[in-house]
Design a protein around this ligand. Structure first.
Ligand code: GLP
Length: 241
């Protein structure tokens, strides 16, 4: 693993956006793996700025997001499909139909997970996978005890994850209990992985993932086995290393 510790969250998101822009310029038809969450908002802001400056074109790219809540339609304001439209897709030149997320409202979510896994494989797998990190070490929605060989499937969210993500839901509405998520095996097939974590709250998970044993207890720790994984941290997230 390559570990880069930068001064602050702004430097981290600028670096992450720069890595994605470099990937696109080296291979315009890249298959990008995209993530959601608060950390990524700053990354996408920087990426949109690069796009506006003519330094990042998504015209030839395809993208697959990691995950989606089960039961939320794409136009639900808390769905990841809505997040991605608002935070990135509506501001860049990705071709219509080239940006994929699991369908949260699918009638048969298990079948949808299978379809999604097949679609990622049919696209030739991910060239560059962007990842955030959950407080419990999850990547995508691969919660602790996820099989380190798992593929896209339904996953029950931990209470701590639902609590952490409830800040994005309106008062009185709780995050769904189930999500469709790319598996850890799906993520590990990506040719390159970029894990981004900022802020002190992530310090424990960061330390476990980087320095702890490889274990399903801290799912991100499997990245120690990836051939080309970079971890981008600010000083606060790196404070327990
Ligand atoms: C959600 C997403 C993860 C993401 C995590 C971290 O749970 N499913 O992919 O890594 O949030 O989010 P944040 O950046 O808001 O801490």
């Amino acid at each position: 693993m390559k570990i880069l510790i930068l001064d602050d969250a702004e430097a981290v998101s600028a670096r992450a956006a720069g890595e994605i822009a470099s990937q696109l310029s080296a291979k315009p038809a890249s298959v990008l793996g995209l993530a959601t969450g608060g950390t990524m908002e700053a990354v996408y802001e920087q990426l949109i700025a690069l796009h506006r400056d003519g330094r990042a074109s998504f015209a030839g790219a395809t993208s697959f997001n990691l995950d989606e809540y089960v039961g939320l339609a794409g136009d639900h304001p808390c769905s990841y499909r809505h997040y991605m439209a608002q935070k990135l897709f509506d501001h860049i030149d990705i071709a219509p139909g080239a940006a994929h997320l699991p369908l949260g409202e699918a009638e048969d979510p298990a079948a949808e997970a299978e379809r999604y896994e097949a679609a990622v494989a049919a696209a030739g797998d991910i060239d560059l996978q962007l990842l955030g990190l959950g407080l419990n070490g999850h990547i995508g929605f691969n919660e602790p005890t996820s099989s380190l060989a798992s593929i896209t499937r339904l996953k029950t969210l931990e209470r701590s994850t639902r609590e952490a993500n409830s800040r994005y839901f309106p008062e009185g509405e709780e995050p769904p209990r189930l999500a469709i998520t790319m598996g850890i095996g799906t993520i590990m097939r990506a040719r390159e992985v970029l894990l981004v974590a900022t802020g002190e709250a992530k310090a424990r998970a960061v330390a476990q993932v980087i320095e702890g044993p490889i274990s399903a207890r801290w799912p991100g720790s499997i990245l120690q086995m990836h051939r080309q994984a970079t971890v981008l941290l600010d000083r606060a997230a790196a404070s327990e290393l």
